[in-house]
Design a protein around this ligand. Structure first.
Ligand SMILES: [Zn+2]
Length: 145
């Protein structure tokens, strides 16, 4: 699913891809918009474009292949409801004492961490934020070519 499959906000998509092309992508991007605007889909696409092992270009701008190991693994997070349900089920199967201290994360690729709201309150918990703070400085491994 390349960037051309993203419907809507063509100016924003073009601007983000242009930043990728110039290798001037910021360290953080806030994607804001209403429910169903495609924020999560776009975030995954950007993660795929940044991590793609066989990047391509479409319309003269960077794109991702959608087929390499990194694109595939990141793409597994597309069905967030299913990944979220798996995480909740896994936590439910823990011992009672471990259950209280375990926070939910969806991580289908080592460099992409999705933080869903934690039930039953459906809020981002402080332990989830602590995990981000602890791991955000890790550099991805340098892979041999
Ligand atoms: Zn790829």
């Amino acid at each position: 699913m390349p960037f051309s499959d993203f419907h809507g906000n063509p100016e924003t998509i073009h601007r983000l891809r242009d930043m990728l092309a110039r290798e001037r992508f910021p360290h953080a991007v806030v994607l804001a918009g209403g429910h169903g605007a495609g924020k999560y889909t776009l975030a995954l696409m950007l993660a795929q474009a940044l991590n793609c092992l066989a990047p391509t270009t479409t319309d003269g701008l960077p794109d991702f292949c959608g087929k390499c190991a990194n694109c595939t693994r990141i793409g597994q997070a597309e069905d967030l409801d299913a990944r979220f349900a798996e995480a909740v089920e896994t936590r439910e199967n823990l011992r009672e004492t471990d259950k209280k201290e375990t926070r939910l994360f969806v991580q289908t690729h080592p460099d992409v961490l999705v933080i869903p709201p934690d039930p039953p309150q459906m809020m981002i918990k402080v332990d989830q934020v602590r995990r981000v703070i602890e791991t955000i400085y890790y550099r991805p491994p340098i892979l041999p070519l």
